[in-house]
Design a binder for this molecule. Structure first.
Ligand SMILES: Cc1ncc(C[n+]2csc(CCOP(=O)(O)OP(=O)(O)O)c2C)c(N)n1
Ligand SMILES: CC(=O)[C@@H](O)[C@H](O)COP(=O)(O)O
Ligand SMILES: [Mg+2]
Length: 623
């Protein structure tokens, strides 16, 4: 039996001799690689945190001492060492373990993460709670250099830095990568800190916690640095005791340093340097490619698909962005650290001076777009639906209220699958349509997505286009940049009795469901402004209404139709189908949609169930 198989909880890890930890790290790294190559998942960030994870669980008394993992995409080693090794084959699958820490999955998952930059706030809360309750407990936030670029991280540093007597440790995992290369002044600052490699050694800071050999070096450097004015690090200016940078793969550095820090009071900040993809040459060479992987053969690595599959909505957006940029030099493209995920690699290559990766800073990305718009440029903010949630006030206060001309390209709208509830873009129709001046569009296929982006671009105010993760339905995509008349839906299928008012990705399954019901299907296209004339016409010609949306049914597109009927004084039996008022965990997206009745069979069954008695033919055609 190898060492890893003997570890089913950190208490067993802590019984190992220090000399056993490096062989354990080797086994763990191999296990990770083999497991993720079979399931897919976040690989390079996990390969880079093997030693750090072992060291933290070895030195601290987890779960009594709390570890909060920022984003949490790097917690596979943590999960393996905390009793979930045998479940790793279920990673990110329906009923399987999550790709992120989840409180209801393990007591060692002290805080649910996945949206970045929350760890310091949560750990500070835990540290303060321990102080208030008189409990001796360490709270540790592990945050990456990319996640440090979000304002929320600095809000927490600012608040923590003046709380001298708390037991808080922030570990900055600095691998000089976000998903793509990191951006901004913080990255340059960290590089300076790292280039001043023995900066910590030269200063009288943290010397007491650096392990022996480095301590000797510190003494010599201190002699050399005598009289030099060595500025405090930014983190010390925030009130933290800064230690580092140290090698985050060297257990002989990590463990004694952490053991020494453990004895210190007040906010501590340990800067570790790691390599994203460490230990697997292909991932070391291409940390972006191996950030989030599908299944692959670890010997050959990830092989690019030979034949072009169906075009994804992300590709539709990326192609549109370049085409529209060619047509209008006022276009500028903005991403909050999701260049690859949002399909902007080619746009950056072709229009580098009009491309802005602002870091993991969604709030800033929106208001930055507002500033650009006030000067007559036409910003396009490419942002996952779920991540726009972080910039809601900026959307209302800085953009819509001033009616600024900004396009929001909302990728990953609806269920996303493997990333689960934290990344599902379920709420944008609900949270956008209540904002004055907003135009909100839901694309039913790839070509309509292109046309809606063009429509939004020409609309002289804030416009959002939502589209799902992954491939479309295989619709032919025009080359032109044509618009759609604002607020106009279309009839996709004419039938009788039942009118299905479908939005976005639900148009195709609604048309399929309608076949057996001979129902009418409208592609509503606009959540806002709703095509009220079409609603009234359908109400005149049909006895029963159904709305279908891949979004929260609470306050979503269906609610817009209900409000329109009420406003027009039209009383009509109305069935509203959409995502239920609960969080939907990870799994296969199509299976998840079927699970909530949003595939063709589910839509038809819901209609028969609700209206079958009133419309017997609905029951008869049980096709
Ligand atoms: C609010 C938010 N925006 C964007 C993302 C997408 N995202 C996930 S990981 C990541 C990069 C994180 O970089 P870093 O913190 O340095 O961790 P590393 O992957 O380097 O270990 C990003 C942008 C997210 N999870 N949350
Ligand atoms: C961890 C994280 O938030 C991102 O890596 C996210 O998982 C990307 O999602 P997509 O795979 O849909 O681009
Ligand atoms: Mg990083």
């Amino acid at each position: 039996m190898n060492l890893l198989e003997t570890i089913n909880e950190p208490a067993q890890l802590r019984k190992l001799a220090r000399t056993q930890l490096t062989p354990l790290a080797d086994e763990l790294r191999q296990y990770l690689l083999e497991s993720v190559s079979k399931t897919g998942g976040h690989l390079s960030s996990n390969l880079g945190t093997v030693e750090l994870t072992i060291a933290l669980h070895y030195v601290f008394n987890t779960p009594h001492d709390r570890i909060v993992w920022d984003v949490g995409h790097q917690t596979y080693s943590h999960k393996i060492l905390t009793g979930r090794r045998e479940r790793m084959h279920t990673l990110r699958q329906f009923d399987g373990i999550s790709g992120f820490p989840k409180r209801d999955e393990s007591e060692y998952d002290t805080f649910g993460t996945a949206h970045s930059s929350t760890s310091i706030s949560a750990a500070l809360g835990m540290a303060q709670a321990a102080k208030i309750k008189g409990e001796h407990r360490h709270a540790i936030a592990v945050i990456g250099d990319g996640s440090m670029t979000a304002g929320m991280a600095f809000e927490a540093l600012n608040n923590a830095g003046v709380q001298e007597d708390i037991n808080l440790l922030v570990v900055l995992n600095d691998n000089d990568m976000s998903i793509s290369p990191p951006v901004g002044a913080l990255n340059r600052y960290l590089a300076r800190l790292m280039s001043g490699q023995f900066y910590a050694a030269a200063k009288n800071v943290g010397k007491s916690v650096l392990p022996g050999p480095v301590r000797e070096l510190a003494k010599r450097l201190e002699e050399h640095a005598k009289g030099m004015v060595v500025p405090a690090t930014m983190f010390e200016e925030f009130g933290f005791n800064y230690i580092g940078p140290i090698d985050g793969h060297d257990l002989e550095s990590l463990i004694p340093t952490l053991e020494n820090i453990k004895k210190l009071k007040g906010p501590q900040f340990l800067h570790v340097v790691t390599k994203k993809g460490q230990g697997y040459k292909l991932a070391e060479a291409e940390p972006i490619l191996y950030h989030g992987t599908g299944k692959f053969n670890p010997t050959e690595g990830i092989i690019a698909p030979t034949k072009a599959g169906k075009v994804t909505y992300t590709e539709v957006f990326g192609n549109w962005l370049c085409d529209m940029a060619a047509a209008d030099k006022r276009l500028v493209g903005i991403t909050p650290a999701m260049r690859e995920g949002s399909g902007m690699v080619r746009f950056e290559q072709q229009y580098p001076e009009r491309y802005f990766d602002v870091g993991i800073a969604e709030q800033h990305s929106v208001t930055f777009a507002g500033g650009l718009a006030t000067e007559g440029l036409k910003p396009v903010v490419a942002i996952y639906s779920t991540f726009l949630q972080r910039a809601y006030d900026q959307l209302i206060h800085d953009i819509a209220l001033q009616n600024l001309d900004v396009v929001f390209a909302l990728d990953r709208a609806g269920l996303v699958g493997a990333d689960g509830a934290t990344h599902a873009g379920n709420y944008d129709m609900s949270y956008l349509r209540c904002i004055p001046n907003m135009v909100v569009m839901a694309a039913s296929d790839e070509n309509e997505c292109r046309r809606m982006l063009t429509t939004g671009f020409h609309y002289p105010g804030p416009a959002a286009v939502r589209y799902p993760r992954g491939a479309g339905i295989g619709a032919a995509i025009e080359k032109e940049l044509t618009s759609i008349e604002i607020g106009k839906g279309e009839i996709k299928r004419r039938g009788t009795g039942v009118a299905i008012l479908a939005f976005g990705s639900m148009v195709a399954p609604s048309v399929a469901a309608a076949e057996g019901l001979n129902a009418t299907v409208a592609n509503m296209r606009f959540v806002k402004p709703l095509d009220v004339e079409l609603v009234k016409q359908l109400a005149r010609d049909h006895d029963y209404f159904v709305t279908v949306e891949e979004g929260s049914v609470m306050g979503g597109a269906g609610a817009a139709v209900a409000e329109a009927l009420a406003a027009e004084g039209i009383v009509k039996p109305l069935l509203m189908l959409g995502l239920p008022d609960k969080f939907i965990d990870h799994g296969d997206p199509a299976a998840l949609l079927a699970g909530v009745g949003l595939d063709a069979a589910g839509i038809a069954a819901s209609i028969r169930q609700r209206f079958g008695a009133a419309v017997p033919r609905l029951v008869v055609n049980n096709s």
